[in-house]
Design a protein around this ligand. Sequence first.
Ligand code: FAD
Length: 226
Amino acid sequence: MEVALLSFTPEPELIVAAAARLSFSSIGAIERRQRLRSEQVNSLLGRLLSSGHLSPFEHASFTFALDGISRVTSHQLVRHRLASYTQQSQRFVSFKELNFVTPATIAAKGNLKAKYRELVRASHELYRQMLDDGVPAEDARYVLPNAVETKLVMTMNARELMHACSLRLCQKAQWEIVELFERIKAEVAKVAPRIGAELKPKCYHLGHCDERDGCGLFAPRESPVN
Ligand SMILES: Cc1cc2nc3c(=O)[nH]c(=O)nc-3n(C[C@H](O)[C@H](O)[C@H](O)COP(=O)(O)OP(=O)(O)OC[C@H]3O[C@@H](n4cnc5c(N)ncnc54)[C@H](O)[C@@H]3O)c2cc1C
């Protein structure tokens, strides 16, 4: 998979801080923005996070190109409703070649890997036959498996990125969406390191693990003593 940051709010952390300061200041966000030094921005962002005053983070948006994720993963991704998505259409694009994702657990098993590839190849062959026979791509695509690769453009603000990462960077989430959000985090961290540092699994926020069989990073919460 490939993840590229296509565009983002200029000076994203400064904008978040200027917006937050506006709420308890007599001067406007334009003037405030010019007056804020980087250490003030960092400390203000820290206070917003620790107090749960998260709406200022909605002013910083990030637009990503996501290439070569499976349809399995794009289905999970678009469940995050507070974002904008544009996905390559299987109605309007007909696929001469079929790129697909092979999970490591299947790739590790030679006989299953061969059968898996054969099944994907056979479904693509039938797809091609149907297209050649005049079946529209929007119907022929019914035979394509979840493994096929797709491409999206996604725009998400920093608040929703923190929320989505809290769920999807958990090592108990599905491996491909974990990898996707690790790459998204790396892209954000290049241009907004303070925000990037806040893109972490929920256990960091909770201080404990709430999964049944955790990865061991955090201990489960102790049962309350009666
Ligand atoms: C490990 C894991 C396993 C999962 N398994 C399944 C599964 O088996 N089946 C399944 O269907 N889904 C599953 N999901 C998807 C999950 O139920 C959510 O749809 C997905 O994680 C999106 O997160 P979200 O709903 O918190 O918020 P987002 O859509 O990212 O929205 C962010 C927040 O905005 C608020 N919000 C957004 N929309 C509304 C609304 N309409 N009403 C009220 N508040 C709103 C909520 O506070 C929400 O948390 C799974 C997710 C994970 C991480």
